[in-house]
Design a binder for this molecule. Structure first.
Ligand SMILES: Nc1ncnc2c1ncn2[C@@H]1O[C@H](COP(=O)(O)OP(=O)(O)OP(=O)(O)O)[C@@H](O)[C@H]1O
Length: 436
């Protein structure tokens, strides 16, 4: 198998440094809902899986995408290969050999070529391999599909790829079926299949998370060796910051479809800026039981990507939130319900004063609540505030206005913060003034 020079100093594009340039990429999924939903006039929901991501991938680097489940990492990775269409924005691929092309404009042969230059390694090696194909057939499959090799040449290339990923003696592995191999061996075979077309970029989506602890480091080391030998560039998708620290040159922290912090790995670990990054770092398990640190996982669950919080989408879970983070009606509902979990005995009377909370589910910086008179609602809100006066939501209340039997709580409106320069990283958080 021919190898590529590790880093080219020039290329036909004149832009050898950048392999992929992603500009304001958005991938939204329209959820149609069933016939019943339409009958009852429920509006179709739109999941903003990726929502305005800009990042450039330099040749030879390992970029980590880290975030909780549902943050949009896999969708982003799939969009790079054109496996899901971009709703908005641009992905430009700077091929060493074929110049600069927008992924969204590629069709037919060009798209097929992209999918040889960019390969994906998935989480579950067992699902990625056809159980009825031998390892020889599976690893050689891309060469057959693309009509690149057959017969003896095919076998030679498959053997070389297996050798390269450490599945040797090769003759022992060629006739085996996936079920004959261990998890680590299967992932090696998947990697052999991914590199057999000599790609430029590997998008590795949780490549070790389903493997035994004992083989994870070995597979990551294999990938680093391959990167060195073949001049590969990686996008490494994971929810595991500890492995990203070991593996990545740069890390992008994703939350609800956006990058909230991006910078060199050392800088992210030594001096995290975004409260979400800090919380993720604190949540890394400490292998030494004597040095166990208290966990500080963000409160609550990751919100619904179809109706993300207003302003900074992390604000409802943020330990450092301030007034300008985008407080809104749904936060008030959460606060009132939390109050009732503490004061169960007050629920019946207070519910009569507050009325139906359903209207608070519509995201808005104006929350109208109350059925039992504005004065009573105000008094109840005061009681709730007195229980936890430091609750950051109250800092985001601009004013409370009487509105008949109800009150209107007006919150300080806020846009989602954009990435801004802060020290050695870029961070999307209002706590950091833009240094640039
Ligand atoms: N084909 C699809 N149709 C509708 N919604 C989707 C589709 N694919 C992903 N989503 C939604 O998009 C959001 C992002 O999902 P994605 O799988 O990209 O996140 P992730 O960070 O990779 O999570 P995980 O680690 O669980 O794979 C989620 O809310 C998910 O439910």
């Amino acid at each position: 198998m021919p190898t590529k020079p590790e880093i080219l100093s020039s290329s036909p594009t004149g832009r050898s440094e950048v392999v992929l340039d992603i500009d304001q990429l958005a991938v939204h999924f329209q959820l149609q809902g069933g016939a019943l939903s339409r009958l009852f006039g429920l509006k179709a929901r739109r999941v903003r899986a990726v929502d305005g991501v800009s990042v450039s991938l330099k040749r030879g680097e390992v970029l980590g995408l880290v975030g909780e489940s549902g943050s949009g990492k896999s969708t982003f990775g799939r969009a790079l290969l054109g496996l899901v269409p971009a709703t908005d924005g641009r992905i430009t691929y700077h091929s060493q050999d074929r110049g600069e092309r927008r992924v969204s404009e590629m069709r037919g042969a060009e798209l097929r070529q992209l999918r040889t230059d960019l390969q994906m390694v998935f989480q579950d090696p067992h699902a990625a391999l056809n159980p009825s194909m031998t390892i020889e057939e599976a690893v050689g499959h891309p060469l057959v599909i693309h009509k690149i090799a057959s017969g003896k040449a095919l076998k030679t290339q498959v053997a070389a790829a297996l050798e390269r990923v450490g599945l040797s003696p090769v003759e022992r592995f060629l006739p085996k079926y996936p079920s004959d191999l261990s998890g680590g061996q299967k992932q090696r075979a998947v990697i052999a299949r991914a590199i057999i077309l000599n790609p430029e970029v590997l998008v590795a989506d949780e490549p070790v998370s389903m493997l035994d602890m004992s083989v994870r480091a070995k597979i990551l080391q294999l990938m680093l060796d391959l990167k060195q030998e073949m001049g590969l560039t990686y996008v490494y998708i994971t929810h595991d910051l500890a492995s990203a620290k070991y593996f990545c040159d740069r890390i992008a922290i994703m939350y609800l479809g956006r990058i909230v912090e991006i910078g060199p790995t050392a800088e992210i670990f030594e001096n995290p800026r975004h409260p979400y990054t800090k919380a993720l770092l604190k949540a890394i398990p400490e292998p030494d039981p004597d040095r166990m640190v208290p966990r500080d996982l963000p409160r609550g669950e990751i919100p619904d990507a179809a109706e993300p919080p207003l302003g900074c989408s992390f604000h409802p879970r943020c330990a450092e939130a301030i007034e300008g983070c985008g407080w809104e009606s749904r936060d008030l509902r959460t606060l009132i319900e939390e109050h009732w979990t503490r004061k169960v005995e007050a629920y019946d009377d207070e519910k009569a004063v507050i009325g139906d909370l359903g209207s608070l589910d519509q995201p808005s910086t104006t929350a109208r609540i109350g059925a039992g008179g504005a004065g009573q609602v105000r008094a109840l809100l005061d009681r709730i505030k007195a229980e936890k006066p430091d609750e950051p939501l109250w800092k985001g209340v601009r004013d409370i206005e009487d509105a008949g039997n109800a009150v209107e709580v007006h919150f300080v409106p806020a846009d989602a913060p954009k990435l801004r320069r802060a020290g050695g990283v870029d961070v999307a958080c209002v706590l950091y003034p833009d240094e640039s």
